[in-house]
Design a protein. Structure first.
Length: 148
């Protein structure tokens, strides 16, 4: 009769559940360090991608309005038609749904005309440290941004 009751049971024993939890813990412990090491690489790649995307939208804005947004108008001009000078004559936006934040939850920096791109604009993230002009900055004037 005991054999019959055991065959009809439909659950897991405590030992089976503990074994599965231990196996998952071991797998997580071996994979997590590898994933954590990838975070800075992924953040840089995402920042490069955002800069390239924003640059494309700024170029579309330029083609339609014969000018880039001013520094004061900033990237907000891609969402809402500027009301300050230079007022775009052919604004056909919004060009993006919202201005993204960089992976460190800070706004991208924009300057037009740029110091590094005087005929266009400078667009950059201050990187992990949040400080302008340090080696972790990611920008649209360095060669590695376009190639990443």
């Amino acid at each position: 009769m005991k054999i019959q009751n055991r065959l009809n049971s439909h659950g897991f024993t405590l030992m089976e559940i503990m074994l599965v939890v231990v196996i998952i813990g071991i797998l997580a412990a071996s994979v997590m360090p590898k994933l954590v090491k990838q975070i800075p690489f992924v953040q840089k790649k995402r920042t490069n991608s955002d800069i390239i995307t924003l640059s494309g939208q700024l170029d579309t804005y330029y083609m339609q309005n014969n000018d880039y947004p001013s520094t004061e108008q900033g990237l907000r001009a891609l969402i809402q038609k500027p009301t300050s000078s230079p007022i775009p004559k052919n604004w056909n936006g919004p060009y993006i749904k919202k201005v993204p934040l960089d992976p460190w939850s800070r706004e991208y920096k924009y300057k037009c005309p740029g110091d590094h791109n005087p005929d266009e604009y400078d667009l950059w993230s201050t990187g992990k440290d949040g400080q302008d002009g340090t080696e972790d900055d990611i920008d649209n004037w360095s060669e590695d941004t376009a190639s990443n």
